[in-house]
Design a protein. Structure first.
Length: 564
């Protein structure tokens, strides 16, 4: 028989330490602790199916209860079931089917049991912490945030963020950047992944999006959407090219990003070169929907003489002046690589003399390509305008249909709405009293003298009864909906009766047709037999008819009728 013992002491200090270090809510920790105690107690009593309940109190105290079902049959497992007699000794008013709950102690847990509880808790806390970190940073990809340098290694650097420790690989660092422990830097959250050991956050300072985000936070025109960054390419520590476009014709996109005497772009450069000795350059160019014009803007200050398509892969051949070839390619080919990243195409840069030596009429082909691209640009603009107009028309049509449906629904509700009851004051009708009405005697003309005297009749006063006033019964109010329903009902009944009548006539006609068909197809196998004399008489046309005209053959009808 179990006896209630004092449970574990207060856990306030342990809760506070774990919650603060792991940055998990207290509720998550409490659920992990409950699950750990339940599994540990099941292992302690060697019954994996035992029902155990753990109750945590605000003061840090913890109570553990084992639950067993009360039965009136033989007990198979005393850790899950208990007999009615034993249960009533503990709780007299308990009945069969109830659950008996007893307080138990975990003070005598063995080493293996405690180790199991510890591992379960650590696993649950780790999973909760991983999920919290993932939910926190998965929505912040490509956003910049502040971090503190925790550890600098040869292949990576650990950056302490608000709720987790992020890693910055060597490939995501600016070359020759000197980072030290405790430095506060701005990084870009590049990716978040759920790993076995926890949620892994990767940050970067070499990404082109870091420069883009710095421009967005420091330049008002980009932040409010007046100027849009269409494309950006970067080789960290050396050069960045950024193409911008202004939605407002009165706003200069390139000037807004550079600022007065380069003040705005200088602020961005100071942030990305703060911990390195390299002087990274940022080129801001104007974006254009015309591909040829855009390429010329990208390659400035080198002048592009012509643009030719190469093959079917979308590659381009750029023709430049002989003296500007090295300027167009850039130091170690960096200008050509950045231009290729901005365009998203493979490009090749050659001088005019090299192209002429290849036997290519680059001037004519360049003009044809420029005309083709301009036509495509106009077509894309028309398609975009048409799409916008169709979307606008569809929205207006949907709005009109919604309003019409709403109006129709309101009208239908008004039609079906029951009429208000007409309340009239009761009128007291009194029966009129019958009074005799005297009929006045009309003057009678003097009788004409006749030979026979006529007696005059004395006038009789007739009593005429007044008729009772006829009260017409007020017609009941019938709504429009009820009229439609009655009309539909009568129409349905009429159509049903007609349908029944037509069905009956069709059946009779089909039966008659069937009988006629049977008579038509019937073969008569009984044929009349005649003697030779009778046949000779039939063939002899000169002889008189064999029958006697004086005999009335109608008298024999009754005879044949009887035979039938």
């Amino acid at each position: 028989m179990r006896t209630k013992k004092d449970n574990t002491p207060s856990l306030d200090e342990a809760w506070g330490e774990i919650v603060s270090n792991k940055l998990i809510p207290q509720e998550v920790f409490q659920e992990a602790l409950k699950e750990a105690i339940v599994k540990a107690y099941r292992k302690h009593i060697n019954c994996p199916d035992a029902e155990v309940r753990v109750e945590l109190h605000p003061d840090g105290k913890m109570d553990v209860y084992q639950q067993r079902k009360v039965i009136d049959t033989e007990v198979e497992d005393d850790e899950i079931e208990i007999s009615l007699e034993d249960a009533q000794e503990i709780k007299p008013d308990i009945q069969v089917g109830d659950v008996l709950e007893e307080a138990v102690s975990i003070a005598d847990f063995g080493r293996a049991t405690v180790s199991l509880a510890k591992n379960v808790m650590l696993q649950k806390i780790k999973e909760a912490s991983k999920q919290i970190v993932y939910d926190e940073y998965s929505d912040k990809i490509d956003d910049i945030t502040w971090g503190t340098v925790q550890t600098v290694e040869d292949k990576y650097t650990l950056i302490q963020l608000d709720k987790t420790l992020a890693m910055m690989p060597k490939s995501e660092q600016i070359p020759y950047e000197n980072l030290k422990d405790g430095q506060r830097i701005r990084v870009l959250i590049k990716s978040v992944a759920k790993e076995t050991k926890g949620a892994q956050v990767i940050v970067s300072r070499a990404s082109a999006n870091l420069v883009k985000r710095l421009f967005e936070t420091s330049i008002t025109e980009i932040y409010d959407g007046t100027v849009e960054v269409k494309a950006i390419a970067r080789e960290a520590g050396e050069r960045t090219k950024m193409a911008v476009y202004s939605r407002n014709p009165n706003v200069d996109a390139v000037g807004s990003c550079i600022g007065h005497q380069g003040a705005r772009v200088r602020d961005v450069l100071e942030e990305i070169t703060r911990y390195s000795n390299n002087d990274e350059r940022i080129d801001v160019v104007e974006w254009s929907a015309n591909l040829v014009e855009f390429i010329k803007n990208i390659m400035k200050p080198a002048e592009i003489m012509g643009v030719l398509p190469v093959g079917e892969s979308g590659g381009l051949l750029l023709v430049v002046d002989n003296e500007k070839l090295s300027q167009a390619i850039g130091k170690r080919g960096i200008n050509a690589r950045l231009a290729s990243k901005l365009l998203g195409r493979k490009i090749d840069i050659k001088s005019m003399s090299e192209v002429d030596a290849m036997g290519i009429d680059w001037l004519a082909e360049s003009q044809a390509f420029a005309a083709k691209e301009e036509a495509l640009r106009k077509q894309r603009a028309l398609d975009e305008l048409k799409r916008i107009e169709e979307e606008k028309a569809a929205e207006e049509a949907a709005k009109a249909a919604e309003e019409a449906a709403k109006k129709a629904a309101e009208e239908a509700v008004e039609e079906i709405k029951p009429a208000e009851e007409i309340i009239s004051e009761p009128v007291e009708i009194t029966e009129p009293v019958e009074e005799p009405v005297e009929v006045k005697e009309e003057p009678v003309a003097e009788p004409v003298e006749q030979s026979t005297p006529v007696e005059e009749e004395e006038p009789v006063a007739e009593t005429v009864k007044k008729r009772k006033p006829k009260l017409e019964k007020a017609s009941e109010y019938v709504s429009k909906y009820e009229e439609l329903a009655d009309a539909k009902k009568s129409q349905t009944q009429t159509s049903t009766s007609k349908r029944k009548k037509n069905t009956k006539e069709a059946e009779e006609e089909a039966e008659l047709r069937r009988k006629l068909e049977e008579l038509k197809n019937q073969e008569y196998l009984i044929k009349p037999e005649y003697t030779e004399e009778e046949l000779e008489e039939f063939n002899n046309d000169d002889e008189e008819h064999w029958y006697d005209e004086d005999i009335d053959y109608d008298d024999y009808d009754d005879y044949y009728d009887d035979e039938e």
